[in-house]
Design a protein around this ligand. Structure first.
Ligand SMILES: [Cu+2]
Length: 322
């Protein structure tokens, strides 16, 4: 419905139709109420206008009427609420096996990195029909990742990761905008999403210059920065063995338990003493200011890869590309 109406941007993701349906419902409902109220004003004004020999008669109280005009709108609002919540949770919950793209925003560009190692600026290539999850952070101020054709918009914040996901349904080129005013050249912070057929995408992925997968780059940083001296692949290191920790609950020294997600790994690297793993001393050096956002991304991808497959790093590619 309304596919060719120029009022709507292209609809090119699985979630777009749901958002539009709710939007159109709200529009029709508001239109209907507006019409009903205005026509009633006109009808009543004519019908009950002052006429000779007629006196207005006041009606006091009608329980049935009051219940009706309370319960009917409540019902309608609850429908809108439930419908909206359903779409919200769907948009907020990336499918587990989605392929991942790391996004670093800065004034005024988007830097996008595929797990396989391809880097792009202000341009993202994705295949049609595959769930894609973006793990995003900002190097400076708040930005917002907005793809109108997919009906997704997510703020991108400095100091932590936020996520968004989509599954593209139509090959084509779509707009990417920054939707949070972020400085004098905010309006120039635009890009494009190139949705390709899977075979075409594989060709694109294998062409171009890849500087090694994210995880394998992460592994070399892990060695360069000396992480490996404490985090060994056995239990003899001064720090915990990182194999298999990602996505699992971690027991902390203060008795709490947290799930080791991207934000946890990030924080563990930047300010290790914020959450100390049970059974260990807070001896890990602070890496805040010593690693760039890109390096952090690669370290996170490396730690993740240690949980994805028994042989670190090497399996990442096969497990992501079907
Ligand atoms: Cu921006």
């Amino acid at each position: 419905m309304f596919d060719n109406l120029p009022l709507w941007p292209a609809r090119a993701s699985t979630g777009a139709g749901n958002v539009d349906a709710l939007y159109i419902f709200l529009l029709l409902l508001s239109g209907f109420m507006c019409l009903a109220i205005f026509s009633m004003i006109v009808v009543f004004a004519l019908r009950y206008r002052r006429q000779h020999g007629h006196e207005a008669e006041q009606i006091e109280g009608s329980t049935a009427l009051e219940i009706t005009w309370s319960v009917v709108p409540l019902g309608i609002f609850l429908v809108i609420f439930a419908w909206g919540a359903f779409i919200f949770f769907q948009e907020r919950t990336p499918p587990r096996d989605a392929s991942e793209i790391y996004v670093v925003a800065k004034q005024w560009m988007w830097k996008l990195e595929h797990v396989e190692g391809q880097r792009e600026i202000n341009e993202l290539h994705v295949p049609v029909g595959r769930d894609v999850k973006m793990i995003m952070t900002s190097q400076d101020v708040i930005h917002s990742f907005y793809i109108p054709a997919f009906r997704i918009k997510q703020d991108v914040l400095p100091g932590r990761y936020t996520t968004a996901w989509f599954r593209a349904t139509k090959p084509g080129v779509y707009h990417l905008f920054c939707a949070e005013y972020c400085g004098s050249q905010h309006s120039g912070m635009i890009g494009q999403i190139v949705v390709m057929e899977p075979a075409q995408y594989e060709a694109w992925l294998s062409g171009g210059s890849s500087s090694g997968s994210l995880a394998s780059n992460g592994e070399s940083i892990f060695q360069q920065l000396g992480c490996v001296t404490c985090h060994r692949s056995d239990t003899q290191g001064r720090g915990p063995n990182l194999a298999g920790i990602f996505g699992k609950p971690v027991q902390l020294e203060d008795g709490l338990t947290v799930v080791a997600d991207e934000n946890y790994v990030r924080e563990s690297i930047l300010s290790p003493s914020a959450k100390v793993v049970k059974g260990f001393k807070p001896i890990m050096p602070v890496f805040q200011g010593l690693v760039s956002e890109e390096q952090l991304t690669e370290l996170v991808a490396y730690v993740k890869s240690l949980s994805a497959a028994p042989t670190a790093g090497t399996k990442v590619r096969e497990s992501k590309v079907q």
